[in-house]
Design a protein around this ligand. Structure first.
Ligand SMILES: Cc1cc2nc3c(=O)[nH]c(=O)nc-3n(C[C@H](O)[C@H](O)[C@H](O)COP(=O)(O)OP(=O)(O)OC[C@H]3O[C@@H](n4cnc5c(N)ncnc54)[C@H](O)[C@@H]3O)c2cc1C
Length: 394
């Protein structure tokens, strides 16, 4: 019987391990921590988004490179993932934001345990505290503590490089580079961005959310929420465009996002409402007639001259597009996910590395990007499932 070594124990590896045909292969999963799925549990702290409820054609548009991820998602769709989870006792529901959460009775650890139970029932051995540290001269897998393992097929699912406390520290990148595998630089994604705020403004408003806003950067537009912090801006609206923002910042370009504080109203509607107001103080018009909160009004003051603030046409134009210059991204370790990793050109259509035959890589360690909100886990689960189908068919 051929042996498969799966290295790393995140969602991508767990799905593969649950689906691999153990009548055909002897499969062992090696995880460096004392438990698998630590990042999955961290993901559950602020509300675990298992996937994003939309049709497949729409979903794949949110991944890049879309041409790489689309066939993977099409082979294991949102509906199929939810059904797979349901069949293992993990019911889920889609919230009003389209994010899909586990049933309220299930904590993230319950979800993880049910998935791990599936892996164990599939007769995959899980070896904990097994840290892979490189290859031996004949291509064997070397583990800390001088353990040497040989396998017919090896699948790496070591994760990205954010939140290293969970185990995914990106240290594998150098080892793969030494083998000639092309690695794109690991950078923060789904992360906060720095803004040079006026000190008085940010002292008064730090921690405040800007809800139901729109955000534009080049041809990217996202709706959602932002939070004002002393560092800058964070929240799903800016996370969603983090790849383009990173690319712009890396190229040394001026990176300015335009914030729409009233995306539900046109400039004309806002102006009409403004002009109909019986109040004389601008701040009161903004607060009481245009329903802007104090943080939004503070922001308008920071980004306008006195002349603009007192001119209804100019002020309304600013409400629809506050230009905020971003200076840098937050550090990789604090990011929800990472950009970069193994270049998709370094592997064939079945995730096998050109430079390392019989060696595969899946999950966040591969260079694809998606916004947070369920897309990342869907991507990882789909990759694990698709690779299992391929290996089972060999
Ligand atoms: C705060 C936060 C919130 C998130 N929220 C969501 C969300 O709501 N929805 C969503 O879709 N995504 C979310 N994500 C992202 C999601 O958790 C990741 O994209 C996903 O876990 C990546 O899965 P993976 O299988 O590629 O790797 P990982 O989950 O990163 O797992 C990799 C595993 O490999 C192990 N490993 C690493 N190096 C070695 C080694 N040398 N030897 C042996 N083992 C090793 C690690 O210990 C780890 O267990 C969130 C992430 C964070 C940090």
């Amino acid at each position: 019987m051929k042996r498969i070594a799966i290295v790393g124990g995140g969602p991508a590896a767990l799905m593969l391990s649950a689906q691999i045909d153990t009548e055909k292969y002897k499969v062992t999963l090696y995880e460096k921590n004392k438990a698998v799925g630590r990042k999955f549990l961290v993901a559950g702290v602020g509300g675990l988004n298992l996937t994003y409820d939309t049709d497949t054609d729409d979903l794949v548009k949110h991944y890049s490179p879309s041409a790489f991820m689309a066939p993977i998602i099409q082979q294991f769709t949102i509906r199929e993932l939810r059904q797979w989870l349901y069949d293992r006792g993990i019911d889920s529901y889609a919230g009003s934001s389209h994010r899909v959460f586990p049933d309220e009775a299930l904590k993230p650890i319950d979800v993880l345990n049910k998935i791990v139970h599936q892996v164990v029932s599939n007769k995959v051995d899980i070896l904990y505290e097994h840290k892979w540290i490189g290859w031996g001269e004949d291509g064997q897998l070397l583990f800390e503590g001088e353990e040497v393992i040989t396998a017919d097929l090896v699948v790496f699912a070591l994760g990205g490089a954010s939140w290293s406390v969970t185990g995914s520290d990106g240290k594998w990148a150098t080892l793969f580079e030494q083998k000639g595998v092309r690695i794109e630089e690991l950078r923060a994604a789904n992360c906060a961005f720095a803004v040079d705020w006026d000190e008085t403004f940010i002292t008064a408003h730090q921690g405040k959310p800007l809800k139901n806003i729109g955000l534009q950067f080049q041809d990217h537009y996202s709706k959602g929420e932002l939070v004002l912090t002393t560092f800058g801006l964070e929240g799903n609206a800016i996370y969603a465009m983090s790849e383009s923002l990173q690319n712009s910042l890396s190229a040394g370009k001026d990176t300015v996002v335009h914030l729409d504080l009233k995306p539900s109203m046109t400039t004309e509607q806002l102006l009409t409402k403004y002009k109909k107001s019986k109040r004389s103080k601008v701040t009161e018009i903004l607060q009481k007639d245009l329903n802007l909160d104090r943080a939004s009004i503070g922001l308008l003051k920071q980004y306008s001259s006195r002349e603009t603030f007192l001119n209804p046409e100019l002020l309304v134009a600013l409400i629809k597009a506050v230009p905020i210059k971003l200076l840098a991204s937050d550090g990789l370790d604090k990011a929800i996910s990472s950009l970069g990793g193994i270049a998709v050109e370094a592997m064939d259509d079945n995730f096998q590395l050109h430079k390392l035959p019989h060696t595969y890589a899946i999950g966040e360690m591969v260079d694809w990007y998606a916004p947070t909100g369920g897309y990342l886990l869907q991507g990882c689960f789909s990759m694990g499932y698709v690779l299992a189908e391929h290996l089972n068919g060999l």
